[in-house]
Write a protein that binds this ligand. Structure first.
Ligand SMILES: [Zn+2]
Length: 340
């Protein structure tokens, strides 16, 4: 009798063991799912009621891009200004490198414990302040289903044939992202924000102005502390005109009727690297004054170097608020126009 029961006893023991293993795994799964949020290549700071700064820290290119996100619930949409370096990080233990996954999945303390766009329920509108690699390497994540906007100032600059060179992807040995932006005119309005053509750093550079929140986003046109860089495709002459345009805009907005806007104070500037929520007028006037000194020969050249086969010069303002690196040709061109 005992030997007849043995297979049944063994089967019972095996079934109990399998159940134990199954529930142990379930328990492990549950404990994994409720542990601390995954480590991501981005960190978020809330800037206003609707706007967040996503800092891509420790990227392998040492660009430290600043990505700005504005949530517009009334339009069920989320505006993304630039997409950073694609999450390539020097930290080996980073679990989330996708900007889109970060925005849709990662719960943020500064957003009441919720992801910025939980489950991707809101539609995206992505604006590239310009096409340099450190602003577009994350853009393919949105290319299939989202609106991507860029400047119409110089369509050939953004053509598929020229993008590898002009994005600097070719010189960096990077695959150029594939995306088809809609090229928008100067002062194009989207989600309550105005897209402004501000050529200079590159021909396709844009700034964005959010009048309701008095926030100005200028990409790589200017920043404090970090060196303002012009590639060979840039123009100091065009930059001066663009910065003067922004100064006039900010001056008018600062002088505007605050009561009508419900208060609000002065316009703040946010840049593609380093500078965040600083007084726009002071930063812009300071930068243009520094450039006037460079063109006027009042700033000494601190360094000469070769970039992409061309002689470049570097200037650093006393005190270090502003610094500039650009092809020497661009300074000479601006100086020549002054002297005519
Ligand atoms: Zn740039």
């Amino acid at each position: 009798m005992a030997s007849e029961m043995l297979p049944w006893v063994l089967a019972g023991v095996l079934a109990t063991l399998l159940c134990f293993m199954y529930y142990s795994n379930q328990k492990n799964y549950i404990s994994t799912s409720i542990r601390a949020e995954p480590r991501a290549a981005f960190r978020t700071t809330r800037l206003t009621q609707s706007t967040f700064l996503l800092s891509e820290y420790n990227d392998v290119y040492d660009e430290q891009p600043q990505i700005f996100v504005k949530i517009v619930p009334a339009a069920n949409a989320i505006l993304i200004i630039d997409t950073g370096c694609g999450g390539a990080t020097v930290n080996p233990d980073i679990e989330i490198t996708s900007l889109r996954r970060y925005i849709e999945d990662v719960k943020l303390e500064c957003n009441d414990g919720k992801p910025l766009n939980e489950g991707g329920r809101m539609e995206y509108v992505v604006v590239a302040t310009h096409c340099h690699y450190d602003h577009i390497l994350g853009i393919e994540q949105f290319a299939a289903d989202s609106l991507i906007l860029a400047s119409s100032h110089s369509p050939s600059f953004l053509s598929r044939a020229n993008l590898p060179t002009n994005s600097l992807c070719a010189s960096m040995g990077l695959k150029t992202p594939v995306y088809t932006p809609i090229l928008v005119p100067h002062r194009y309005a989207v989600l309550g924000v105005s897209v402004l053509h501000t050529p200079g750093h590159t021909p396709d550079e844009v700034a964005l102005y959010d009048a309701a929140e008095k926030m100005l986003y200028v990409g790589d046109s200017v920043y404090e502390t970090a060196t303002i860089i012009f590639p060979k495709e840039g123009s100091i002459v065009a930059w001066m005109a663009s910065m003067q345009y922004l100064i006039d805009l900010v001056q008018a907005e600062n002088d505007g009727d605050d009561e009508f806007r419900g208060g609000g104070g002065e316009v703040l500037i946010n840049c593609g690297h380093e500078t965040v929520s600083r007084p726009a007028l002071a930063v812009l006037k300071g930068a243009i004054g520094f450039m006037e000194d460079v063109i006027g020969g009042r700033e000494p050249v601190r360094e000469c170097l070769c970039v992409r086969g061309e002689a470049n010069v570097r200037y650093v303002q006393e005190g270090g608020q502003f610094a500039l690196r650009c092809p020497e040709r661009l300074v000479l061109q601006a100086r020549g126009i002054r002297e005519v």
